[in-house]
Design a protein around this ligand. Structure first.
Ligand SMILES: [Fe+2]
Ligand SMILES: [Fe+2]
Length: 300
């Protein structure tokens, strides 16, 4: 098993994953996703499934940064519209196969997600809290990421097991690179505010960079747009050598297509998908000098 998840956390908002890259040509893949809005009628299940299957083939670590559920069709939600109920969800509710009463809407959403994600439970390391989930905590007193993660842990392999994570925090990849240790620090935040059609949230990447220290990757979702933007800082190494260090802002778009809400506001269509990252040792002459990261924008 090339990677495992620490059950003990150094802090509630820090997830530690350990992996090893034992040879110069070894690699580890990580799939960054967010905004699946899986129970929304506008969620692109075909693209989602393709990425989940690819992640399973690669034994990738899947990290999800919130809005996995949409959860807007409940009685207490003013935004709910019956025609927007996902046909699969309607089937689950009407057949009673979830084992819950037919009007137990949120139980059916959970059941549908458990059923869909359980074949990928061994890969799915993290389910973060998005504003859709935090709004369900606020109005329905129900923590969907915690319940879903607990259920999915029944299906994951040894040393793995989906972890529910808060709205913002860190993922720490502790890597054994050919015998020596290295750490990749990923700061994540689900995201906030509305979409910015012209700047596409790039201004926020500069703001975050100003106060988030030591992150190799700064990762956000929420605005349903996607890109990877590098940032380079200049500093002095432990050994007194000036050096430049490059990190990356990762913005994941999610899997929701343009729906009625976006059309009425004349919002442009945007990309869908996730970001695959390949982590591998960089060899200079005969020693490993650094961990390298390549990104593949798996966007449609
Ligand atoms: Fe979202
Ligand atoms: Fe969101």
């Amino acid at each position: 098993m090339s990677w495992t998840i620490d059950r003990e956390r150094t802090a509630p908002e820090v997830l530690t994953i350990r992996l090893s890259l034992p040879t110069a040509d070894s690699e580890q893949w990580i799939l960054f996703t967010s905004d699946r809005h899986h129970d929304s009628i506008e969620s692109d299940w075909v693209l989602e499934t393709a990425h989940l299957k690819r992640a399973r083939e690669l034994d990738a670590i899947i990290l999800d940064n919130g809005d996995l559920v949409d959860g807007m069709q409940g009685k207490r939600d003013r935004r709910g519209r019956l025609p927007d109920l996902h046909p699969e969800l309607l089937k689950i509710m009407q057949s009673g196969k979830s084992g819950h009463p037919k009007d137990a809407y949120l139980n059916s959403v959970l059941y549908m997600c458990e059923d869909f994600y359980k074949p990928y439970a061994t890969q799915l390391a993290m389910i973060g809290m998005g504003n859709h989930e935090s709004s369900l905590v606020k109005h329905n007193e129900l923590d969907i990421p915690a319940l879903l993660a607990r259920e999915l842990r029944r299906y994951s392999g040894n040393g793995r097991g989906t972890q529910a994570m808060p709205y913002t925090g860190w993922v720490r990849l502790v890597v054994n690179v050919m015998g020596s240790h290295s750490t990749v620090k990923i700061f994540y935040h689900h995201g906030h505010g509305g979409s910015a059609p012209v700047t596409r949230g790039i201004i926020q990447t500069n703001r975050r960079q100003a106060w988030i220290r030591d992150a190799n990757i700064i990762w956000t979702g929420h605005i349903h747009d996607g890109y990877v933007v590098p940032f380079t800082t200049h500093g002095l190494s432990q050994r007194g050598k000036p050096r430049d260090v490059t990190g990356f802002h990762v913005q994941t778009p999610g899997y929701k297509t343009r729906g009625n809400y976006e059309k009425e506001r004349n919002m442009a269509p945007r990309v869908r998908g996730g970001v695959f990252m390949r982590l591998y040792p960089q060899k200079v002459e005969n020693y490993v000098s650094a961990l390298k990261m390549d990104f593949t924008l798996a966007f449609d």
